[in-house]
Unconditional design. Structure first.
Length: 375
């Protein structure tokens, strides 16, 4: 059967990544030094960086500080230009100066410029203007803070245009529920699981009930063998459901600026490798942050965002709304851990992708390119 040119199905079954990619400490270190040192990484929400504070974060192997000053957010490597001491050992309020605890070099918190060298009296050959803090690029999208420790950051991009969520007032939403979890798998295993629905019929009974096409093992109609664009479009959500909540009913007022199509779709995903995906529903929004901890451990930070008016409803229970996606995420976490345990077997060398796993294939090519380009 021919594959329609608009279908994302693969026309072959490519190999997956080698086993080392999931277990080998050297591979993991290479990823930290290339991908995580050069890509935009989500560091949280703007609300996690209150005005007047200094917050520490780590990008790959790079410790950085984020300062919310008068002019907004700025970020620097957490390293003194004198002899490389760590500048800030803890989160604190941001003063006018950042002073190194070792020999008291001081930098302006506003622009990172070196303003004093403590008791040291440099000679004329020393140029303070070329010894400011090393900057880290900052970009804010929909209230999410992205940092890039690389020397020449490319623009922030996602799998779809970033404007895809422009009709959602995400920056103005409040965190109603938060869930942190460490999963015993390589960070890529979690992304891979996110990137296909072949596992949905076996792993996600509740989700397949909510989104009938997932029960067929595909994420969208265009993935089906024999699909053509002329086929009538079926709704994503089951009859009567409007959002991903335990009963399918919206948990509060719908976002007013959504188009009919955006409301009807039931969910809109935006994926920003390697650290974030956002799922926007007609009444609330959810984001999942993915951080590698070690070759075999990954931290997930999941947040649910709601409008004030929804949170203020008498008896509103954000945890109940979140329980639907938490069930699904727990199933995905268990599947990823099962995958990791098998990948660790010395009998396994590398897998083979199916035509429906086009997104995994795209992820693998993206990763190898990002590792190769930076190496
Ligand atoms: S290392 Fe910071 S002042 Fe010496
Ligand atoms: Fe899943």
């Amino acid at each position: 059967m021919t594959i329609h040119p608009l279908s994302p199905r693969l026309d072959h079954c490519p190999e997956s990544l080698p086993r080392d990619a999931y277990i080998d400490p050297d591979w993991f270190t290479r990823e930290l030094e290339t991908v995580f040192a050069r890509q935009w990484l989500c560091a949280g929400r703007l609300g996690d960086f209150p005005k007047g504070t200094l917050r520490r974060r780590t990008l790959g192997n790079a410790p950085v500080i984020v300062i919310h000053g008068e002019g907004g957010l700025s970020a620097y490597h957490n390293v003194c230009r004198h002899r490389g001491a760590e500048l800030c050992a803890e989160d604190r309020t941001a003063g006018r100066l950042i002073t190194c605890p070792y020999h008291a070099w001081s930098y302006s918190a506003a622009d990172g410029k070196l303003v004093a060298t403590g008791p040291a009296k440099p000679t004329a050959d020393f140029d303070p203007s070329s010894h400011g803090l090393l900057p880290v690029a900052v970009r804010i999208w929909q209230g999410f803070v992205f940092l890039n420790a690389g020397p020449a950051p490319a623009p922030l991009t996602a799998d779809v245009p970033l404007a895809a969520l422009d009709n959602w007032p995400i920056a103005a939403l409040q965190v109603g529920h938060r869930w942190e979890k460490e999963v015993a798998c390589n960070w890529k295993v979690f992304w891979e699981n996110y990137s296909e629905c072949l596992h949905c019929p076996g792993i996600h009974p509740e989700l397949c009930d909510m989104v009938p096409i997932y029960g067929e093992g595909i994420m969208g109609a265009s993935e089906a063998l024999g699909w053509t664009p002329e086929q009538p479009v079926r709704p994503n959500l089951r009859d009567g459901a409007e959002s991903w909540t335990p009963d399918g009913k919206p948990c509060g007022p719908m976002f007013p600026a959504l188009t009919d199509e955006e409301r009807r779709r039931g969910y809109s995903f935006v994926t920003i490798w390697p650290s974030l995906y956002v799922v926007a529903h007609a009444d609330y929004v959810r984001a999942v942050r993915i951080e590698p901890m070690s070759p075999r451990r990954t931290r997930l930070t999941v947040e649910w965002y709601f409008p004030e008016i929804t949170l203020a409803q008498p008896g509103f229970d954000a945890g109940r709304v979140a329980s639907f996606a938490r069930t699904v995420l727990a199933q995905d976490g268990a599947a990823a851990e099962m995958n990791q345990r098998g990948l660790a077997s010395p009998a396994f060398t590398r897998g083979r992708l199916m035509p429906e796993e086009y997104e995994l294939h795209r992820f693998h090519r993206w990763l190898l390119k990002a590792m190769g380009e930076a190496a």
